[in-house]
Design a protein around this ligand. Structure first.
Ligand code: SDX
Length: 428
């Protein structure tokens, strides 16, 4: 196989090297394109065919429905690891030894308190504020309380920033929910695990101690692992491009939270539950909604279906669908929208429109059913996605800075007015 690509423009041939990754993906290296062609650029709305970086963190094969974090299969990690192990793996590149994991967790616990003045910012929000907007603001506010910028070339500096955000973010997540529910803000406990503390901070009532429930601990741990990273998706690309200007880690994460909020991205898990509820209220007529999803005149889309990369079942959706059955069974919860979801999926998987476009359930299709069974309000679903995605965002931001990637600044093709002379207002 040739190791170059040849582009012919106006009769002139230009050769560009091919980059081949460790999974034999091929990229055309066009770093010199504009220089050798006198300014010719590429156009690729949504970057459907454009790689922004070389990365060693996560590998996806969309055609085969493969997802691996640092080479480990998502199925193995979801089954055999816990979330903090996976966070360590994504960020530092290898699964931790017990000693490394214990130190990591201990260092995170030391940072699991936030400046009390954060509560004054939280108080300023109305209860009606969407939790994703609150979380993005509080995360950005962390910069004000931790002004020292991260020296990415200093391992200690970077490590301290990482354990700081991993310690404080779950507090902000829990407080965002408690604020909406009018419940007092609380903290975790030194003697509890990472996920146990999240549950305690979210659900502990002021008048009785919170009783941990292994079903909820295991379900949340698995969901956080499944959401932990997904290579160059919209919110991760946002974290990278904001960080490429050398903006701080917390500011970059805040931008990522805002990107994740959109219903085409992480906001889909909330949109899926609202869609399923709507179908249930409308008598459970899934065929009507399938028709709407296929009707180009109708803006309705089957939320939780389709994916930019997966043209096969999203492996995370498979795992979550199985977990939904287990968790609802273990909790003794009957949720009619799970049956509606399964009915929709079965219909779509045998419908020509969806089959032709390779539209399968994605990570967001079933996750909300578990969150709801756990007692998490629907407006908090995307916040839970952000909680899972945090280590992936950190890992990708750190890789981008360690590789000294240039500031992200795409080009364009101008299609506006050509030069025209200015006219004074009385001439117009
Ligand atoms: C996430 O990128 C990631 O990795 C994201 C993520 C992660 O972990 O970070 O995996 C998380 O964001 C999952 C996706 C959650 N979003 C949704 O479930 C929203 C519903 N899905 C769609 O909006 C859509 O599928 C996207 C946004 C996910 C992907 O859109 P693309 O790749 O830009 O594809 P497209 O919009 O060009 O669609 C191709 C065709 C179109 O039809 P034609 O013009 O070819 O006739 O498929 C149709 C679309 O109309 N289509 C759908 C559809 N999704 C695509 N039709 C009905 N319902 C849908 N859900």
């Amino acid at each position: 196989m040739s190791n170059t690509a040849i582009l012919e423009i106006n009769g002139e041939k230009h050769e560009f090297p091919l980059i081949v990754g460790t999974e034999n993906e091929i990229g055309i290296d066009i770093k010199t394109l504009r220089g050798v062609t006198g300014g010719v650029t590429t156009i690729d709305p949504g970057y459907k065919n454009t790689g922004s970086c070389e990365s060693a963190i996560t590998f996806l094969n969309g055609e085969e429905g493969v997802l691996r974090y640092r080479g480990y299969a998502i199925e193995d990690l979801a089954e055999k690891a816990d979330f903090l192990e996976v966070a360590y793996l994504l960020i530092f590149g290898n699964l931790p030894t017990q000693e490394q994991l214990d130190k990591f967790h201990a260092d995170i616990k030391k940072e699991s308190v936030v400046d009390d003045d954060i509560k004054k910012i939280l108080d300023a929000f109305p209860k009606t504020a969407h939790p994703m907007g609150v979380l993005a603001s509080l995360t950005s506010a962390l910069t004000a309380f931790n002004p020292s910028s991260v020296n990415v070339d200093s391992e200690d500096d970077m490590y301290n920033a990482i354990v700081k955000i991993l310690g404080k973010f779950p507090v902000l997540v829990a407080w965002t929910m408690r604020k909406k529910q009018g419940l007092p803000l609380n903290y975790g406990s030194e003697d509890l695990g990472y996920v146990e503390n999240i549950l305690k901070m979210m659900f502990e009532k002021p008048n009785k101690p919170y009783e941990q429930n292994d079903i909820l601990i295991n379900a949340l741990d698995k969901l956080l692992i499944l959401h932990a990273d997904h290579e160059q998706n919209c919110s991760t690309s946002t974290v990278r491009i904001v960080g490429s200007s050398h903006a701080g880690l917390f500011a970059s994460l805040s931008a990522g939270i805002s990107a994740l909020w959109g219903p085409l991205h992480g906001g889909a898990n909330q949109a899926v539950l609202e869609m399923l509820e709507g179908i249930k209220e409308d008598g459970g007529d899934t065929k009507k909604y399938m028709a709407k999803a296929k009707d180009k005149e109708d803006p309705f889309r089957l939320m939780g279906f389709g994916h930019r990369v997966y043209k096969n079942f999203d492996p995370r959706a498979k795992i979550i669908k199985k977990a939904a059955d287990e968790v609802l069974g273990d909790l003794g919860v009957e949720d009619p929208v799970l049956d509606i979801a399964k009915g929709l999926a079965e219909e779509a998987l045998s419908d020509g429109y969806f089959v032709k476009r390779k539209l399968y359930p994605n990570v967001d299709f079933y996750s909300g059913i578990i969150y709801r069974a756990m007692g998490i309000p629907v407006e908090m679903f995307t916040v839970m996605f952000a909680l899972g995605r945090l280590p992936g965002w950190i890992a990708q931001w750190r890789e981008m800075r360690l590789r000294k990637e240039p500031i992200g600044r795409p080009r364009q093709i101008y299609i506006g007015e050509n030069h025209r002379e200015f006219k004074s207002i009385n001439e117009r």
